[in-house]
Design a protein around this ligand. Structure first.
Ligand code: AMP
Ligand code: MG
Length: 338
């Protein structure tokens, strides 16, 4: 298949709408990361997403909508809290899990009785949903397991030849995937941290639970509340280790690892003592910048031939919790605490 890379002209958006309605796959920019979209109401189209990504069949997809009304088509039983959250955070990087309706094909929910829904804020994503005239199921547009793509070029590196088109909307603003919260269960529970923080959610709906899988490996005997959490994820080819340390300790540790493809992933403001090849991913106190940079930095480490990547550990608060969660998975939970 010849994958076309398209600008977001009005003409291209209409063309992409037709492709999607016809069951084709198109990569679409959103404010979080690039998504690999298909018509969410067409089970056969959705199953092509799993093929193109090599995604495990039991990992459900997020449905992207452009109007609040669509939520009641996807769910027969929308809890009031969903509307409260939608009012506060949509359009934006928050995914809400609710009981699913019969309109949602089992391919989307991967057999679960629930559906994950989000209204993105990216103007191009919204135009594409409108042009398609159907809700769009869209996971991140990377090969399963790889770091999520935040530019069209990174999507092409993974998806060229596998999908009909990629719409180039430039670099993504948030840089990590949406926050996922489930409203199915006794208390709202955070399943995946993202651009909307736990603190922001609690300011609107009160105390929420945080799934243990956010910062711990899933125990063997536990079922994943969010199936995506059980897979190794976001990993570059390089072997990643997180280093929880101050600037001086970090430099001393990575310098002792010199050679054999060792590379450091540093904070912008803490590169002074680092004597091995390094990349940076935002200042220590700037979690938003870290989120924007983290996936691109992991891919750059591969481009530069790193085989062992030692990453400075972010603060696990605010948006930093999302960055920490992604790096923990990239590192398969290997953390050195100094
Ligand atoms: P991605 O689309 O690649 O950002 O991944 C979507 C994430 O949302 C994965 O971690 C999924 O496991 C999770 N997810 C999607 N739908 C559901 C659902 N119905 N219940 C629980 N988790 C879900
Ligand atoms: Mg993903």
């Amino acid at each position: 298949m010849n994958t076309r890379i398209l600008s977001a002209s009005a003409e291209h958006i209409q063309e992409v709408g037709v492709l999607l309605r016809n069951g084709e796959l198109v990569a679409v920019p959103t404010e979080t990361v690039y998504g690999l979209a298909a018509n969410a109401l067409d089970g056969a189209a959705v199953s092509r997403i799993f093929e193109a990504k090599g995604r495990p069949q039991d990992n459900p997809l997020i449905v992207h909508i452009d109007m609040l009304d669509t939520l009641s088509m996807l769910s027969a039983d929308v809890p009031d809290t969903a509307y409260t959250l939608a009012q506060a955070f949509w359009p934006g990087p928050l995914t809400i899990i609710v009981p699913k309706s019969d309109r949602v094909p089992t391919e989307v929910s991967a057999g679960l009785q629930t559906v994950a829904v989000r209204m993105p804020s990216h103007p191009i994503a919204r135009e594409i949903i409108r042009a398609a005239g159907v809700p769009l199921a869209a996971p991140s547009a990377n090969l399963s397991g790889s770091p999520s793509p935040t530019t069209a070029a990174r999507v092409a590196a993974d998806m060229d030849g596998r999908i009909a088109a990629i719409v180039d909307g430039g670099a993504c603003e948030v840089g990590v995937e949406s926050t996922v919260i489930t409203l199915v269960g006794e208390r709202p529970r955070l399943l995946r941290p993202g651009g909307i923080t736990k603190e922001q959610l609690e300011a609107v709906i009160g105390a929420i639970d945080v799934d243990p899988a956010v910062i711990e490996p899933l125990a063997n005997d536990r079922e994943a509340a969010s199936p995506g959490m059980k897979y190794q994820h976001y990993a570059p080819r390089a072997d990643v280790t997180l280093i929880d340390a101050d600037a001086a300790q970090f430099a001393a540790f990575v310098n002792a690892q010199a050679g054999d493809g060792a590379m450091a992933l540093c904070f912008d403001d803490e590169t002074d003592g680092v004597a091995i090849p390094f990349l940076t991913y935002g200042a220590r106190a700037d979690e938003d910048a870290q989120a924007r940079r983290v996936f691109e930095a992991l891919r750059e480490a591969d481009d530069r031939g790193a085989t062992r990547l030692f990453a400075a550990c972010p603060r696990a608060e605010g948006v930093g919790l999302a960055v920490y969660n992604r790096l923990l998975r990239a590192a398969a939970f290997k953390v050195v605490r100094l």
